[in-house]
Write a protein that binds this ligand. Structure first.
Ligand code: SF4
Length: 64
C-alpha cells in the first residue's frame, strides 16, 4: 500500500514521527517528510495505521 501525506494540511506536529519513525520525519521547515512511500508487510501497514489517527490534521492516508 502507498503511504500518502497531504502536505497542504500538514502542520508539522510530528506525531507521525513518534508513531512510525521508519516512515515519517520532519524537515527543517517543520513539514513531514515521507521516508518510505510503500508499506508492504502487515507490520509496516500497522505502523502507518498507528500514525493515521494521531495526526491532528488528518494528513496521512494509506492507499492501494
Ligand atoms: S502528524 Fe500530521 S500534521 Fe503532524 S507532522 Fe505528521 S503529517 Fe504533519
Amino acid at each position: 500500500m502507498n503511504v500518502v501525506i497531504d502536505l497542504g494540511v500538514c502542520q508539522g506536529y510530528g506525531n507521525c514521527v513518534v508513531a512510525a519513525p521508519a516512515f515519517f520525519d520532519l524537515d527543517d521547515a517543520g513539514q513531514a517528510v515521507l521516508l518510505r512511500a510503500e508499506a508492504e508487510t502487515e507490520a509496516e501497514q500497522e505502523a502507518v495505521r498507528a500514525a493515521i489517527p494521531v495526526c491532528p490534521m488528518n494528513a496521512i492516508r494509506l492507499e492501494h
